[in-house]
Write a protein that binds this ligand. Sequence first.
Ligand code: ATP
Ligand code: MG
Length: 563
Amino acid sequence: MKNTEKKYQLNDFIRQKIRTDLKENKNNGKVHTRFPPEPNGYLHIGHALSIWLNFGLAEEFNGKCNLRFDDTNPEKEEVEYVDSIKEDIKWLGYNWEDRLYYASDYFEQLYSYAVELIKKGKAYVDSLTADEIKKYRGTPTEPGKESPHRNRTVEENLNLFEKMRAGEFKDGEHILRAKIDMSSPNMNLRDPAIYRIKKATHHRTGDKWCIYPMYDFAHGQSDALEGITHSICTLEFENHRPLYDWLLDNLSVPCHPQQIEFARLNLSYTVMSKRKLLTLVQNKTVSGWDDPRMPTLSGFRRRGYTSEAIKNFVEKAGFAKRENVSDISLLEHCLREDLNYKALRVMAVLNPVKIIIENYPENKTEELDAINNPEDETMGKRKISFSREIFIEKEDFMEEPPKKFFRLSPGNEVRLRYAYIIKCVSVEKDKNTGDVKVINCVYDPETKSGMPQSSRKVKGTIHWINANDCVDAEVRLYDRLFTIEHPDKDKEKDFTEFLNPDSLIVLNNCKVEPSLKDSNPLDKLQFERRGYFCIDSKDSNKDKLVFNRTIPLRDSWAKISKQ
Ligand code: ATP
Ligand code: MG
């Protein structure tokens, strides 16, 4: 089913609101949304929900969606983040066309809006210190106190604000505040700061400005300047909505967008706060924002997740009006479902042990047919080579097997996938360690896969790889980054206490099919019986192949919790 076909069936509270607005011909029947990331980190899977929602609603209701960087905080923002955000949105399959905006594009206009408020007697320059302002603010149960500077004249305010812009004051010396109501039960309306002095270089405007608008002042006005109809944001802004509306009502803006809030997406076994993710990067707990264990979109991509799986997941997880946590196994389910159809089946041996087939001719190599994807015939077949020496997984052989072990053991037969039935006749061991070095087998030439006489059945089938032409590779196995479901729930403890020490296991001596040398990082692979894999986009090269395990074939955590 195509995405658009599916979406029409969705009927959440945001869609209901939009449908009502359309019915009433509000905004002239138009829908215009925006995705407004702050370029202070990489996007994570929570952002994917917001992207899916904003771009998806625009698609669904024949509207438009802008990408707008909310870049009002120069100290934390960087071009690297801007670039990564654009790449991630494109990867998810959305297109802002020619509608790429930056709040910083509006700095001049926002400054004029601030002047307009001052002129209307609705904003003033305050000269209290940050601590004093905090004290004067009161508490949720006690009203605040008016600043002694609240009644400065319009001229005085205009003059001071101009000097703030001209760089005549130090950071924090003055601040521009909206004049609303110091006793409002909503703290956000107690004369909120709207412009602050910050002598910082901005990644786009350089040193042109030394005063910057606060998020609340920039956001609604930017929405209005872009003709946004539905300004969808997360729940923490619910209490800011009266301020959002107050500003738009008191300024000569082109329109008044409707702010709608929804609950953030949270995911079990990980953290979603950009600050915490940055901590992991800075502490080198992970290799970077795109470490395949990170819940960032670049991390998921590098690990081999598909954008379709992520979009399917956010749609299934949905959103509510109250906070909740989505189960990571739902995401993994969506991923397996997608990869099952897309992944090219190949063979790879992660913990190799050699087999010598004693009765197979020494210089012979055979080409065997292997199916590329049993779920999709159009993916066709490929040739794999077979010879006297092959590798199998160490764990597929046991010298003294328990009763129900149907793989290889002395005197026992097993089928080699796409090849023959072999039987173990003897083993050679390392004298010092006792480890099995070579397993000697014989094969039954009558049992070639696909041949009529191959109908003889054995209980087990194992994968293998031809020792003559296989390629060495490093394989990285990932597990959940945290050992508990809600690593940041316990406020007494630091979330890093719950890091999973086994979240990355590196295997150095793996053997893969030679065709994988030409694999592309976005190619989806299934190593038969071992899981889904992809080539690592950063560390893999011609001299050293590196694969990431995207996900095992089955949910091992589910099994553990059922035991
Ligand atoms: P910050 O604390 O830095 O503001 P943020 O996670 O809110 O972090 P933004 O860059 O402001 O990051 O987010 C861009 C958009 O994505 C916003 O509209 C925000 O509401 C939305 N968003 C952020 N996190 C989530 C989440 N977990 N689930 C859904 N939407 C989210
Ligand atoms: Mg935010």
